[in-house]
Write a protein that binds this ligand. Structure first.
Ligand code: OFO
Length: 177
């Protein structure tokens, strides 16, 4: 059985994951509007991944008999300035998510809630990957630049990341059939 404090914090995390999904879906639409199809498809896929993060938390809470509470959601911004600004925005957002996960880990540890502590290890590893992914996109942007043809190459590179993870996903599905 979970403490009320842990239930409240896990519920906050559920709502943050939903917000992350909305944010990336809005960014995906902004990229489509700017004819950046590669970035649009990558972010649309990432929005789905955030909902998967949310669902893992939701299942965990439900398994413990706690009530999941979905809040009214703040609308994400609709304009992101430039592609560089948008990916910087994402990197900062992921750092915020990491700090929330770390707070949760600290709380579970303090309360000697070892089941939750174990459950959260997946999120600790996932946040490491997410920060690495977005930092590597920012590094590419810095290297190539987004002037003239640069934006075309960045969009293509990021689009290929979406294709690669689509193919990996299909292979995993085939292997589990
Ligand atoms: Fe992007 O990791 Fe969940 O929020």
């Amino acid at each position: 059985m979970l403490s009320q404090k842990i239930i409240d914090r896990l519920n906050q995390q559920i709502n943050l994951e939903i917000y992350s999904s909305h944010l990336y879906l809005q960014m995906s639409s902004w990229c489509a509007y700017k004819s950046l199809e590669g970035c649009s498809s990558f972010l649309s896929q990432h929005a789905d991944e955030e909902m998967m993060h949310m669902r893992r938390l939701l299942s965990y809470l439900q398994e413990t008999g706690a009530l999941v509470t979905i809040n009214g959601m703040q609308a994400p911004p609709t304009d992101f300035g430039s592609l560089t600004d948008m990916f910087e925005n994402i990197y900062e957002h992921e750092q915020l998510v990491t700090s929330k996960i770390n707070d949760l880990v600290h709380l579970a540890n303090t309360e000697q809630d070892y089941a939750t502590l174990q459950f959260l290890q997946w999120y600790v590893a996932e946040q490491h990957q997410e920060e690495f992914l977005f930092k590597s996109i920012l590094d590419k942007i810095e290297l190539i630049g987004i002037d003239r043809q640069g934006i075309f190459f960045i969009d293509r590179e990021v689009g290929e990341m979406a294709n690669a993870s689509n193919t990996a996903g299909k292979e995993n599905t085939t292997m589990t059939q």
